[in-house]
Design a protein around this ligand. Structure first.
Ligand SMILES: O=C(O)CCC(=O)C(=O)O
Ligand SMILES: [Fe+2]
Length: 365
């Protein structure tokens, strides 16, 4: 019930508001409050905020050339599969270039998502979050009724596969998103074929076992307005994603950070690349070889950041377990995770507060 819960901005922490604090239904509304110079205490994310942001040249974030993955040249393909495996194992994150999604489509997708967030609160009301499996829902923070610290963001989540949904407003949303999600789904499935091979599994092992033909695909769009105290707030607190792979685009403004070797790395996106992170179900399937990456989003004082994350998961009814073939390498040949129906995991993850990898920890043997 994230968006229905009006957030009452606490008076004590709002000395700089020129108007009495109103009921805040979205971060956009709060950010646009005249005279806002400090953030309400519920948004103050203090612990470990500054923990070790690495300098940009410390390591290089992996880059995957998608055109080589689909190339007819087997040597090029095996080289990229090797690089994919290394990126998943060492980072859980990589940038994909030459993916073939037209830059103009990426821009239209970002613009139409921005158009949705700019609708009036009244227009968005019908999509107020009614629960995890509500196919179109918007709200603020992650799970505002549960979050211990509120995130400085509004969100829109739309289930687009196996059944396609779209808000009717803005009117172009349906056409643009339908085009965009199909293209991105194709890329995600091809990346997962490469990842499957990189694990020493059959090329179609992940696709077939997790029934990706009817796999879940969700648009998770994020709107991060300017924040008067960006160093105190967090756009999205550290978490891992539930599915297999998330492919993200943004409005040219960076803000994503990934954790690598105990340090946070700024993702300085290569223009027109797709930012890809591995999710919890890839960690389960690979029996812990490809760990889902912890990531977070920081906010800025003057600029609005918009990101569109496309989450790709198994079929909701698929029970995900470590691939039996990979157990040969495991300690005592035992699975490191309990198998779980994807639907049940999604319910668990989306209805709790975001807290690192605490949901996945519940499945560790
Ligand atoms: O906005 C970003 O860069 C991160 C978004 C994200 O992690 C998510 O939607 O799960
Ligand atoms: Fe995420």
């Amino acid at each position: 019930m994230a968006a229905t819960t009006p957030l009452l901005a606490p008076k004590a922490s709002q000395p700089c508001l020129t108007q009495p604090p109103n009921k805040i239904t979205s971060i956009k509304t709060l950010a646009e409050s005249p005279g806002l110079t400090t953030i309400p205490s519920k948004y103050i994310y203090s612990c470990n905020f500054s923990d070790q942001v690495a300098s940009d040249h410390e390591y290089t974030i992996p880059v995957i050339d998608y055109s080589l993955l689909i190339s007819a040249n087997p040597n090029q393909r095996s080289q990229v599969i090797y690089e994919l495996g290394k990126a998943c194992e060492e980072w859980g994150f990589f940038m994909v270039i030459n993916h073939g999604v037209p830059e103009s489509l990426v821009k239209r997708m970002i613009d139409v998502v921005g158009g949705f967030f700019n609708l009036t609160e009244g227009d968005k009301l019908e999509f107020t979050d009614k629960g995890v499996f509500d196919p179109i829902r918007c709200g603020t923070s992650f799970n505002a009724s549960m979050d211990t610290v509120l995130s400085w963001k509004d969100f829109l989540k739309v289930f687009v596969h196996p059944e396609f949904h779209s808000p009717n407003n803005p009117p172009e949303f349906r056409g643009i998103s339908s085009d965009y999600v199909k293209k991105v789904r194709g890329i995600a499935r091809e990346l997962l074929r490469g990842i499957s091979e990189s694990l020493g599994l059959e090329k179609n092992y992940i696709d077939e076992t997790l029934k990706l033909e009817s796999g879940l695909q969700v648009i998770a769009a994020n709107f991060y307005p300017p924040c008067p105290q960006p160093a105190l707030a967090m756009g999205m607190v550290p978490h891992s994603d539930h599915g297999l792979l998330t492919l993200l685009i943004q409005n040219g403004i960076d803000g994503l950070q990934v954790k690598h070797k105990d340090k946070w790395f700024n993702v300085n996106a290569i223009p027109n690349s797709l930012l890809v992170n591995t999710g919890d179900h890839l960690e389960i399937l690979s029996n812990g070889k490809y760990k889902s990456v912890l990531h977070r989003a920081v906010v800025h004082d003057k600029t609005t950041r918009i990101s569109v994350a496309m989450a790709h998961g198994p079929c909701l009814d698929a029970v995900v377990t470590p691939a039996p073939k990979l157990l040969a390498d495991a300690e005592n040949h035992q699975p490191a995770y309990i198998g779980i129906k994807y639907k049940d995991y999604l319910q668990l993850q989306q209805s709790s507060n975001l807290d690192g990898k605490s949901n996945l920890d519940c499945l560790r043997v």
